[in-house]
Design a protein around this ligand. Structure first.
Ligand SMILES: *[C@@H]1O[C@H](CO)[C@@H](O)[C@H](O)[C@H]1NC(C)=O
Ligand SMILES: *[C@@H]1O[C@H](CO)[C@@H](O)[C@H](O)[C@H]1NC(C)=O
Length: 245
């Protein structure tokens, strides 16, 4: 009797696994954003398929799991939510509840918005100095109501989207030591640190005459740039960042 029960239970559990488990397929150029212990994945490109199937899903990182069997990881498919559009090579930034997906190649608008509480997807219309199609393979940084996006292919400007007014403003600049895409962007206090990146192609970042890689720092209070070379101190600060985030 016990054996029969075990067999029945085994079948039910595995049947459940086969029928209900959502397992995302492989992809690249997608976004992954953490909001309230859920890691939201959106977009991406799958070789031979174009836009990756199942464009929106999350991994619940508040639950314990191993990565030995990805079908047992706590995934949830949100792709059936009304209006979800596809993107690849876009950038994504979130406040406490809402994720903004911007740029890339897309089948919707330049800006898409996902509310993680109401589970509503929308494609808001923005105004102001709307960036052209250059926003690809870049990083955004969000600070209060403002999303900062530097560059794009060969474009040297800072685009700022005010998320409360859905209004874009632009500051032109020519960064010497950071590329216009593939760079890293890190918020530190009121400043954004830009490191590395590429200019027109995969030509790498520039170094100064001492072969150092200076860091370009954007001050969000007055929209000015400065360059920092003092390396030991910065590396110490990065350790500080990784300890606290
Ligand atoms: C995720 O949901 C979408 C929309 O309902 C569906 O087309 C897709 O097959 C689902 N993905 C998987 C792997 O179940
Ligand atoms: C950030 O703020 C802290 C505390 O006010 C300060 O010690 C630190 O130098 C600041 N970092 C930068 C890069 O401005």
């Amino acid at each position: 009797m016990k054996t029969l029960l075990s067999i029945v239970l085994f079948c039910i559990i595995n049947f459940h696994k086969i029928i209900f488990a959502f397992v995302p397929s492989g992809r690249g150029e997608h976004n992954a954003v953490l909001v309230d212990k859920k890691l939201y994945f959106h977009g991406g490109w799958a070789a031979g398929e174009g836009y990756a199937p199942s464009q929106l899903f999350y991994l619940d990182v508040s639950k314990s799991f191993t990565i030995l069997d990805i079908s047992l990881m706590p995934w949830t498919n949100l792709s059936s939510i009304s209006g979800v559009t596809c993107k690849t090579g876009a950038t994504a930034c979130a406040d406490e509840t809402t994720i903004y997906y911007i740029g890339g190649w897309h089948c919707g608008g330049l800006v898409s918005k996902f509310n993680t509480i109401s589970l509503q997807w929308s494609e808001p219309t923005t105004s102001g100095s709307i960036p052209k199609e250059e926003i690809k393979f870049v990083h955004c940084v969000i600070l209060e109501n403002n999303i900062y996006i530097y560059g794009g292919y060969a474009v040297h400007k800072m685009n700022i989207l005010d998320t409360s007014k859905l209004f874009w403003s632009t500051f032109t600049s020519s960064l010497i030591y950071s590329g216009t895409h593939f760079y890293s962007a890190t918020l530190l206090n009121d400043s954004i640190l830009y490191i590395g990146g590429a200019f027109h192609s995969l030509d790498g970042c520039q170094t100064n005459s001492n072969q150092e890689l200076p860091i370009s720092i954007y001050n969000t209070n007055d929209n000015t740039w400065r360059i920092v070379v003092g390396f030991n101190k910065i590396i110490f600060n990065f350790n500080y960042i990784s300890l606290y985030y």
